[in-house]
Design a protein around this ligand. Structure first.
Ligand SMILES: C[S@@+](CC[C@H](N)C(=O)[O-])C[C@H]1O[C@@H](n2cnc3c(N)ncnc32)[C@H](O)[C@@H]1O
Length: 390
């Protein structure tokens, strides 16, 4: 399907012959859907197919995605410090009477491994650790990793196809909201246009139509000046509403990169936040390397909070990742390894720096927490809770 690496991205590593064939198969599937739809699909549908088309989408198919040998590194991929620190917040919620953990979008399975191992050390294991994962490939990788690296606890882990209709649990989702499809809009002098995708001679291109329905309503609510391109996160809002509808009792912790609406839709961010990640290179062209690269948008945490509050959840906290991890005791976890043990201490210190430094993940990444019938203040928000900014 067209050129895999256009001239402006010719510096990126060339994909293998197998990867090229895979990309062409997915490109054809998307082009066929565009043709069947009359020549245009929304960007959200394009992103959904590029990331999640069964057996072919970036997340659904077999390539290594996360970690040093993949395309991007998430907090659990840096090493165990993130999961061990998050376990302290999990332990507080479990001790308050919630039996299970549900992890949404568990990636390689490393966060599940680190959380469970630390919760065992804290003598606070959940009854069950449930994983809701849309990618069959990642589900297999998670199973294999847990069997290999944490066999004594692997039996506690079960995979779900959908959320139970009603549950009591601590829900954890790290970098899941940013993988959900977004609509793209552009404000113009004469109204709001939606950017969609056309296919011509094997090449995907962007094309606009007047925005309608839920996309238009959401875009109007943002009150943007003309000449602004940005994302509308209908899928993430629907996900939060679904989660809220079935969370009968417990806490949901969602961690991701993003901002409150005031910062997200700042006049200077007039090109939006859509980004692609391929072998540790970030760029802004979602139409190349289809199925071989991640496509992602930052999270509008104000809209996530609105969706949860409108669904009857309580907002329990909102803080930068650095503040949250410091509140949870990241420095104590680090200090438990003596600095004289250089081989063990230095990697942990490097992880702490990446996770909390404002120049790395500390400030761009945020943690938001919701609850139902959970009345104890969460340890992660004891200081620096910024929920009033949402
Ligand atoms: C960016 S990765 C993050 C993985 C992992 N949480 C981490 O931090 O390393 C996104 C994960 O969410 C999964 N995912 C995407 N959309 C999902 C959805 N609607 N429900 C459940 N999982 C989803 C992907 O398959 C993948 O496992």
């Amino acid at each position: 399907m067209g050129s895999l690496l256009p001239a402006h991205l010719s510096h990126l590593p060339a994909p293998s012959a197998d990867a090229v064939a895979h990309c062409r198969r997915l490109g054809k599937l998307i082009a066929d859907e565009i043709a069947a739809a009359g020549g245009w699909i929304s960007f959200a549908r394009f992103m959904e197919l590029a990331l999640h088309a069964p057996g072919l989408g970036y997340y659904s198919a077999g390539a290594r995605k996360l970690g040093a040998a993949g395309d991007f590194v998430t907090a659990p991929e840096l090493g165990p410090l993130f999961g061990r620190t998050l376990a302290r917040q999990a332990a507080q919620v479990l001790r308050a009477g919630v039996a299970d953990i549900i992890e949404i979008g568990a990636g390689s399975g490393r966060l599940a491994r680190d959380l469970l191992a630390e919760l065992a050390t804290l003598d606070c294991l959940p009854q069950r650790y449930l994983i809701l994962e849309t990618s069959a490939d990642l589900g297999e990788r998670q199973r294999a990793l847990l069997q290999r690296e944490l066999p004594r606890l692997a039996a506690r882990v079960t995979w779900l196809d959908t959320l139970p209709a009603s549950f009591a649990a601590l829900v954890i989702g790290n970098e899941v909201l940013d993988a959900m499809p977004v609509h793209l809009i552009q404000t113009r002098g004469d109204g709001i246009a939606e950017l969609g995708v056309t296919a011509s001679d094997g090449v995907f291109e962007s094309d606009t139509r007047p925005a309608t329905g839920a996309v238009l309503a959401a875009a109007n609510g943002l009150k943007l000046a003309p000449g602004y391109t940005t994302e509308i996160h209908l899928a993430a809002h629907a996900f939060v509403r679904t989660l809220a509808a079935s969370l009968a009792h417990g806490v949901a912790l969602l961690l991701d990169y993003g901002f409150p609406a005031r910062e997200y839709y700042h006049p200077q961010r007039s090109a939006g936040t859509l980004m692609c990640h391929y072998r540790h290179h970030a760029h802004e062209d979602p139409f190349c390397l289809v199925g071989l690269q991640d496509i992602t948008a930052h999270v509008d945490f104000s809209a996530i909070a609105d969706a949860a509050l409108q669904s009857g959840l309580d907002l329990l906290g909102y803080a930068s990742q650095a503040q949250f991890l410091i509140n949870c005791g990241i420095t104590d976890v680090l200090a438990a390894t003596p600095a004289e043990n250089v081989a063990a201490y230095l990697p942990l210190a490097a992880q702490a720096q990446k996770l909390t430094s404002p120049a790395e993940m500390g400030e761009l990444f945020k943690v938001i927490a919701f609850g139902r019938h959970h009345h104890m203040p969460l340890a992660g928000f004891t200081s620096g809770n910024k929920q009033r900014l949402l």
